[in-house]
Every structure is written in C-alpha cells, then in structure tokens.
Write a protein that binds this ligand. Structure first.
Ligand SMILES: Cc1cc2nc3c(=O)[nH]c(=O)nc-3n(C[C@H](O)[C@H](O)[C@H](O)COP(=O)(O)OP(=O)(O)OC[C@H]3O[C@@H](n4cnc5c(N)ncnc54)[C@H](O)[C@@H]3O)c2cc1C
Length: 392
C-alpha cells in the first residue's frame, strides 16, 4: 500500500540531524511521560492512542507522592492545582472492622480524565505528534527497523515503546504468556469506577473490603471523590452480570460501603468498567519492544502504586533509549539494561503486592487479618512501605 508521506516515520527512522525516531503505542501515563522526556531531549516522537482525550479510565486516582516532583518536572504545575494531599489510610474488613494508619509518604488525588489530558497537551507543546483514535494493530521488527500498522496507515521507527496498559490487542496478537494463562487467583478481575460527591475526610483514602474484592475512595480535584473497586469476574457472574445487583448484594454487605453507596451523588450515569485484569508476571521486552507501565507488569491496586510505577518506568526507559539513540549502547544492551533496571526497581514490589492480594478477598481471612494486624501497627507500615518506592 502506498503511504501518505506525512505518515511515514521512515524518513525519520534513521538518525535524523543526530536524533532518532521513537514510536510509542498507548497514551496513558507511561506513554505520555516517556514521550515528553524524549521530545524535550530533541527526539522525533510519535504516539498512538486509541481513545480521544480527555477520557475516563478505571483507576483509583490516588498517586503516591513519590511521583510529585517527576510530574512537575514534566511540566505540569501540580502545586498550583489545589489538589488534595492524602496522608491517612483506613482499611475495613467485610464485617466492617477498621484499622487506620498514617501514610509515611502519602499521595495526592487527581482524575485520569484531567491528568492524562494535561500531559497530552504538554506532549504536543513539546513537539510530540499524537495520533488519537488510532489503534495500533501490529508491530513488526526487521533489520533494525520497526513497522507499526494501524487501521489507516503504516509507520516505521527505530525504537518502539509498548505502553498499551493492562491488556491490549497487541498482547493477544503476540500471544503473550499472561494471555495464555488459565483463570487463577491472579487473573480474571474486573474494575469499576465512579466519580461521586460525598462527605468524606479529604486527606484520607479508605479501602473497604467485601467478598472477593475491595473498593477505594479518596478525593480528587473539584471536591469530587473517586470511588473505584476491583473484584473477580466470578462475583459479577454470580449476580447475573448486573453491576448494580453485585453492589447491592455483595459490596454493600460492608456497612461502610452501604453508607457511601446510599448517601453519595453519582456524577455519571454509568460507571467506567474494565475486565480481564491480570496480575500475573509479564515480560519487560518482547519482540524488541520495550514494555513500560502495566504492559510490563501490573501491581495490585490495593497497593495503590501502579501510576508511579508507570511514570518511574518511563524515566528508566528514557535513560536507556537516549543512550541507544546516541549510539552509546547497542540494541541488545538497551534491552538488557532496561529489563535489569526495571526488575531492580519493581520486581519485589510486585511480589509483595501479589502476597497482599491473596490476604484480601476471602471473608474470613480478611476479617481475621484486619482484626489481628491492628495490634501490630509497625507491620501495617512495613507492608505499605514495601509496596511503595522513593521519589525519583
Ligand atoms: C481498579 C483499579 C484501581 C487502580 N487504582 C490505582 C490507584 O489508586 N493508584 C495508582 O497508582 N494506580 C492505580 N491503578 C493502576 C493504574 O491505573 C495503572 O497502573 C496505570 O494506569 C498504568 O499506566 P499505563 O500508562 O501503563 O497504562 P494506561 O494508563 O492503561 O494506558 C494505556 C493506554 O494505551 C492505550 N492503548 C491500548 N492498546 C492500544 C493500541 N493497540 N493502540 C493505541 N493505543 C492503545 C489505551 O487506550 C490507554 O490509554 C489501579 C488499577 C485498577 C485496575
């Protein structure tokens, strides 16, 4: 097929004025933050996002403060946005018992609708070419060059970053190992999110457990709250695939959730939902594509830190891609160094997240765990700190 010349990255594919071209597949936090760093360093960057900004995403919207400086450095003035800072954690068991803890580092609240949109604007201002409503269907590597196919055109580039999130058509196309896994304790989850107006302590995040899941609530911008939960696909199936029936029959058995669901104003008619979430191990490089964010490995939302891992992962990837495009390292070194650095930073956190995930869900285990651990506050703090990183 003859390509429109403007769509050909191939003329940028080899070093161009001393700089190279990078294609980024997926414009969430990992993709947008990587694109901004590369564009600021002077590289040609093209980013593909299948949706159109701004758009809602399933996410608890609590970001660990470890990311604050990095996001500001990208160009988003968080300090001027009057965002809620969150320093306390409440966890309730399905039976309604609670434990509370200070969060040593803490976090802040901002919707993905706002955050991703603002970062996409910063990316464009820095020269990133963003193709919205453009789904990438395939990425093929041959003779040192990637060919990226979308439904309308084909592009070529020297480096590709796969930042396509938890589960995408590319994962299926590549038949990645986590896609082939049978249903187990670490996969087949669903996520549901609302924005609500409610009365709740602004500086607190609460995690309310229910049978086979947990629901978080914390404040975001404009005095709104994000109410977001994760549960098994089986829970929904048992409730005739009805979200409202599941919320009534299962979530609201926890008295704290019953109060929230009955007293809040829900700001959109239908929730945002996703399915087939997997916390199984993933590869960090596949078919020579560097995978960043959830595409490289997803931490359980209970640990509240996937966004910081996506952002931090982009910083690690940027450093390696920069060296590769400057010809300081080979492609093989780029891939090895990225994989090693990623694992050094995140592998233990992910493992701890999987262990914690297994302690929640089953009613008696969660009830017993929460009744017991409240007498060991140092253990609570240690669990929190082992799933969080340091400012980067
Ligand atoms: C229920 C739940 C609650 C969570 N709560 C929190 C929380 O409170 N705090 C926290 O830090 N983390 C939380 N997370 C995790 C967090 O949302 C993710 O870790 C984070 O969004 C990862 O960013 P990303 O850039 O890797 O992926 P995403 O933000 O998902 O971005 C991927 C992008 O790629 C696009 N895309 C996919 N395929 C293609 C394609 N073929 N072509 C073009 N575009 C494509 C998608 O449209 C999407 O915009 C939660 C997750 C869940 C499921």
């Amino acid at each position: 097929m003859e390509l429109p010349i403007s769509n050909k990255l191939s003329n940028l594919g080899s070093p161009f004025g001393g700089q190279g071209a990078v294609a980024i597949i997926g414009g969430g936090l990992a993709g947008l933050s990587l694109s901004i760093q590369l564009a600021k360093a002077g590289y040609k960057v093209v980013l593909f996002e299948k949706e159109k900004y701004p758009f809602h995403k399933v996410c608890g919207e609590y970001i660990s403060l470890e990311s604050w400086n990095f996001i500001e450095h990208l160009g988003l003035p968080l300090s001027k946005m009057n965002l809620p800072i969150i320093k306390n954690l409440i966890v309730s068991s399905p039976g309604g018992k609670t434990i509370e803890s200070n969060l040593d580092l803490g976090g802040f609240g901002i919707s993905r609708y706002l955050l991703d949109y603002e970062l996409s604007k910063i990316a464009r201002q820095n020269g990133v070419e963003i193709f919205e409503e453009t789904k990438v269907n395939d990425i093929v590597f041959e003779s040192g060059l990637f060919t990226i196919s979308t439904s309308t055109a084909t592009f070529q580039s020297t480096v590709v970053a796969g930042t396509f999130g938890k589960r995408s058509n590319i994962d299926v196309k590549w038949s990645r190992d986590f896609i082939k896994q049978k249903n187990n304790k670490l996969n087949n989850y669903i996520g549901v999110k609302y924005h609500v107006q409610t009365t709740f302590a602004p500086g607190t995040i609460a995690l309310h457990n229910f049978k086979d899941g947990y629901c978080g609530i914390s404040q975001i911008e404009n005095d709104e709250y994000c109410l977001c939960y994760l549960t098994t696909a089986q829970n929904l199936k048992t409730n005739n695939n009805s979200i409202s029936a599941m919320e009534k029959n299962v979530l609201q058995k926890n008295s704290h959730l019953k109060k929230i669901f009955s007293s809040s104003t829900f700001l959109y008619q239908y929730p945002v939902t996703i399915s087939q979430i997997s916390f199984d191990k993933k590869s960090q490089v596949q078919n020579h594509v560097l995978l960043i964010g959830d595409a490289a490995g997803m931490i359980t939302p209970l640990c509240g830190n996937g966004m910081s891992m996506a952002l931090h992962g982009s910083k690690i990837a940027f450093d390696k891609i920069d060296k590769f495009l400057k010809k300081q390292i080979t492609r093989e070194q780029l891939e090895d160094q990225y994989r090693i650095e990623w694992n050094k930073n995140f592998a233990n956190r992910l493992q701890m997240g999987r262990v914690i995930q297994s302690l929640f869900g089953k009613i008696w285990i969660t009830n017993t765990f929460i009744s017991t651990i409240k007498y060991f506050p140092f253990l609570i703090r240690r669990m929190i700190s082992s799933t969080h990183g340091k400012p980067f």
